[in-house]
Design a protein around this ligand. Sequence first.
Ligand code: SF4
Ligand code: SF4
Ligand code: SF4
Length: 307
Amino acid sequence: MSVKIAIEELAGCSGCTISVLDLHEALLDLVAQAEIVYSPVIMDAKEPPEGIDVAFVTGAVRNEENQERLNLLRKRSKVLVAFGTCACYGGVSGLSMIGKQEDLFNYVYQGVESAAGDNVVPTDVPSFLYRAFAVGDLVKVDYYVTGCPPKEQFLKTILPALVAGDKTELSKKSVCSECDRKMGEIKDWHLKRRYEGVPEPGKCLLGQGYLCLGPVTFGRCGASCPRNNVPCHGCNGPSLDILREPCRDIYNMMVRRIADLTDLPEKEVEKQLYDVAHTMYPFTIGSLVMEDKDISKIRDLVRGGAQ
Ligand code: SF4
Ligand code: SF4
Ligand code: SF4
């Protein structure tokens, strides 16, 4: 009997569902064992049916409708997987907490270049919850699969195991552990913006002054950005030590790491940081687990802006 699968879309971009379709011929092996019974992106189905074996939830929980759909899916599924970084940690959808719903809607429907100025801003859509939530903040989650979106090689390992109900051994390393760049000598370190200069190949990007979140980010992507001369911006969510240790947070661990590398006092490092919401927490600001840490900066960042 085939395994019944559902893929739900909450506050996200559908990229996670597309990443499953991007498995190409490997997808054929998967559908040989499984039947997709619900997926708003792939098929015309309005509501998840009863008796789902494995539900993949993509996107964060940002409005009342997201919450209702999540609760329904949880009731109707044996196993629920938070799929992608929005579902696991709020993802980029969580950044909506630093603006008011009214301002966001005005911008999206009228402010962006592609929108006509006389567009009507809808008023009959579900209201925002008072904050963004990761799926696990609100319902029981059986498995977490991170990535924005989860990467092909990782999915090829994890999806067949999830569908078959098997256990599989996965790497627990950070992006730095998967990166082969060398630190080299550090001189006159100062923080650079991404557009400044061209990073030297083979040398650690953080050591060169680029804000690379590799030390604080869960791996399983093969350090794909640093391998292509681009700093890691943390799309796989926090590394395991940050998740486990209450006194460790993305911000404080990055400051400490840079201070260790450069011999600068931590206060000096902090002075050089800019736009902390977008540079340190772009994928985790919507996670209660991350916000609840005493040392987290998230509360200060959203205070006054959260709606
Ligand atoms: S995790 Fe990334 S790819 Fe997946 S829904 Fe969120 S923004 Fe889109
Ligand atoms: S900080 Fe970035 S560039 Fe340096 S080793 Fe870690 S992942 Fe690689
Ligand atoms: S290197 Fe960082 S930003 Fe790039 S895919 Fe991996 S976790 Fe995501």
